[in-house]
Ligand binder design. Sequence first.
Ligand SMILES: NC(=O)c1ccc[n+]([C@@H]2O[C@H](COP(=O)([O-])OP(=O)(O)OC[C@H]3O[C@@H](n4cnc5c(N)ncnc54)[C@H](OP(=O)(O)O)[C@@H]3O)[C@@H](O)[C@H]2O)c1
Length: 250
Amino acid sequence: MTDAAETLSAADQAARTSTEAGPSGVAGRLVLIAGATSASGEAVARSLTAAGARVVAVGTRQDALDALAAAVPAVATRPCDLADAGAVANLATDVHESFGRVDGLIHLVGGWRGGGGLAGQSDEDWDFLERGFRTLRNTTRTFFDDLVASPAGRLAIVSSTAVENPYPGGANYAAAKAAADAWVRAVAQGFAKQAPQSAAAVFVVKALSGLEGRLGDEVVGLWAEPATDVNGRRIPLGPSPSRNPERMES
Ligand SMILES: NC(=O)c1ccc[n+]([C@@H]2O[C@H](COP(=O)([O-])OP(=O)(O)OC[C@H]3O[C@@H](n4cnc5c(N)ncnc54)[C@H](OP(=O)(O)O)[C@@H]3O)[C@@H](O)[C@H]2O)c1
C-alpha cells in the first residue's frame, strides 16, 4: 500500500486552484479507479494524475498494485475485493478518512469468458462475469452519495460492442455487459434527478488493446464537458478523437 502523501498534497494544491476556478476540470478531484492494474487501468491512472487528479487505485492483487504504484508513483493504492460489499464499505471508510469524498469512479473490473457457441455458455463462466457486475453494483451503491455530493461527480465504465452485436459464443459476456450498461443508465437517471452537476457515461469498445491511452484521455475529458452533455452517454472509443456520443436509451 502506498499513500502517495507528497503527490496528494500537490494535488490538494491543484484542488484549491480548481475550486477557486469553479467546478470544472479534473485537477484536484479525487478519482477511484476500480480494477486499476490492467494496462488500461495504468493508462487511466497516468492520464488522471498527469491532469492533476488525486487517484486511488484498487485491485485484489497487492503485487499488481505495487507494480502500478512503481509505474505511476502519484497514485495511492488500496487492495480490496470489490465483489465483497462489506469490503467495499470498509474501503469507503478508509478512503474518506485518508483522502475525503470521491469525485470520480472509473470502473474497469471486467474480464472475458466465452466460446463454444450457445451450448458453451457455462454457469461457471456466468458466475465469473456476474461477479464482475457485482463489483459495479457494490462500488456504485457505496459511492453514489459521494458522486451526488461532489461539485463534479463522474462515473464511467467500459462496455463492449458485443452489447449491440452479441453472438452465441459470447452470450454470457454480452448479457453481463448489457446488465452493466443498464445499471449505469439507472445511475445516470439518478444524477439527472438529484445531481445535475454529476454524470455517468459508458465507453464502448470492441478491443481495448492499443486504445489504453485514448481511454485515459477520454476519462480526463469527462470533466472537461458540462455534466448534462456527458450524462447518459455511450461514447464509442476509437483510435481517433471521434467523440460522437449517443444518448443511452432510457
Ligand atoms: N480488454 C478488452 O479488449 C475489452 C473490450 C471491451 C470492454 N472491456 C472492458 O474494459 C474494462 C477494462 O478491461 P481490461 O481488459 O483492461 O481489464 P480487466 O482484465 O477486465 O481487469 C481490470 C482489473 O480488474 C481487477 N479486478 C478483477 N476482479 C476484481 C475484484 N473482485 N475486486 C477488485 N478488482 C478486481 C483486476 O485486478 P486484480 O486481478 O488485481 O484484482 C484488474 O486490474 C473492463 O470492464 C472490460 O470488460 C475490455
